[in-house]
Design a protein around this ligand. Structure first.
Ligand SMILES: *Cc1c(COP(=O)(O)O)cnc(C)c1O
Length: 400
């Protein structure tokens, strides 16, 4: 590939500047590949930012969409629909006894976590939520207030009060700020936007113990690291494999989105039985949340993952990717490789220009997603093959 389309479509200049100018206009996708408007094809390891769990335009998703669109698209939550009931049932089966609140995005799922914790603590005057520096929890006001990165907050003050940020993977820091006002701790299992930083097993076990002892909630943001992206349905299962007490680990509430819908906008919050009645009738809601179309696609994605062994596949492909990338560490370009399954971060050496490096890879046909901490993310679909991973590695190798 020598040329990349630079055409600016009419209307592109009317799109809000929040994402800045974008390097490509994509017109078609199939599996792990996308095509731009000049006919160039790319290996897409951005996956719509950890969303496209089955790759682009998977037939199973097409069919679920078409069938459901012919049946019932939207009814609001004034009524039950079969897909929403079935998805709630499936999520409870995958996580544990409890209930599910449906919404449309990751930030809304986090908003629900935060409202759950606030309401659970209201009677005892507890409202503070401890979160981690370098975390990312979305773009609503509570989301940016919870997020531990200044760039999402700057200019939007005053923020929602009651969030305390302490370093990630530091149990002592959580303990030291815990007060009689604390209602919950909110963390990502693997910090995604922060640069693919996994939680330490001892930290997770310690947080679970601490929150239980002090009658607080452990809130889990599984928006990026969840929904099979790291192999298991939720990443704590992956992170705690073989760890003492790990098999019993369960947060009090979990936020999901991204890979859950495989490309259809959907968000969900699971909460354990003890908190299932906190958000009482009329206290929270969403017009589109849990609509039949999105729920049908999520069900189809989960079914495909379960029947095609995709959890095992992405675990194996991720392991191979990490092994291969690790060979390049310390040779001048890649500083560290982190992650698991389809959530792999490649931190570059400080003197490598990340934007420039990413653009070079793009011009060679490989799309990777940036993150904080000078990191590029590999976010392949769960059904990625060894040869597709190898193709990506071969493109990368030319620049190393
Ligand atoms: C992407 C992300 C969000 C926000 O999700 P949206 O669907 O963009 O609102 C929240 N938390 C984490 C960990 C994320 O990666």
């Amino acid at each position: 590939m020598t040329e990349t389309a630079q055409s600016i479509l009419p209307g592109a200049d009317k799109i809000a500047a929040t994402y800045g100018p974008r390097p490509l206009t994509l017109v078609r996708g199939e599996g792990v590949r996308v095509w731009d408007d000049a006919g160039n094809s790319y290996l897409d390891f951005t996956g719509g930012v950890a969303v496209n769990s089955l790759g682009h335009c998977h037939p199973v998703i097409q069919k679920a969409l078409a069938d459901q669109a012919a049946q019932l698209i939207h009814v609001s939550n004034l009524f039950y629909s079969e897909p929403q009931c079935r998805l709630a049932d499936k999520l409870v089966e995958l996580i544990g006894p409890g209930a599910v609140f449906f919404c449309n995005s990751g930030t809304e799922a986090n908003e629900a976590l935060i409202k759950l914790a606030r309401k659970a603590g209201a009677a005892s005057g507890r409202f503070e939520i401890i979160t981690a520096t370098n975390s990312f929890h979305g773009r609503t006001y509570a989301g940016i207030s919870a997020t531990g990165q200044d760039k999402v907050k700057s200019g939007f003050e005053p923020l929602v009060p009651g969030f305390i940020h302490v370093p990630f993977n530091d149990l002592g820091a959580v303990e030291s700020v815990w007060s009689d006002k604390t209602s919950a701790v909110l963390i990502e299992g693997i910090q995604g936007e922060g640069g693919i930083i996994p939680a330490d097993p001892e930290y997770l076990i310690g947080l679970r113990k601490l929150t239980q002892e002090r009658d607080g909630l452990l809130l889990w943001d599984g928006v990026q690291c969840g929904s099979f992206r790291c192999g298991d349905f939720q990443s704590y299962t992956t992170l705690l494999k073989g760890v003492e007490g790990g098999a019993d680990f369960l947060p009090d509430a979990i936020a999901m989105a991204k890979s859950l819908g495989g490309g259809m906008p959907i968000g969900a919050m699971w909460m354990t039985k003890a908190y299932s009645d906190v958000l009482t009738s009329g206290s929270h809601g969403s017009t589109y949340g849990g609509n039949p179309l999105a729920c049908s696609v999520a069900l189809a994605v989960i079914h495909e993952v379960e029947t095609q062994g995709l959890a095992e596949n992405i675990t194996a492909q991720g392991k191979y990717l990490i092994e291969q990338l690790s060979r390049y560490v310390g040779h001048g370009t890649i500083r560290e490789v982190r992650g698991c399954g389809g959530l792999v971060g490649m931190e570059l050496e400080a003197d490598i220009d990340l934007a420039d490096f990413r653009e070079k890879l793009m011009r060679s046909g490989l799309l990777l997603a940036p993150a904080a901490n000078h990191t590029l993310r590999w976010l392949p679909p769960l059904n990625v093959t060894r040869s597709e991973i190898q193709e990506g590695l071969d493109i990368l190798e030319k620049y190393l």
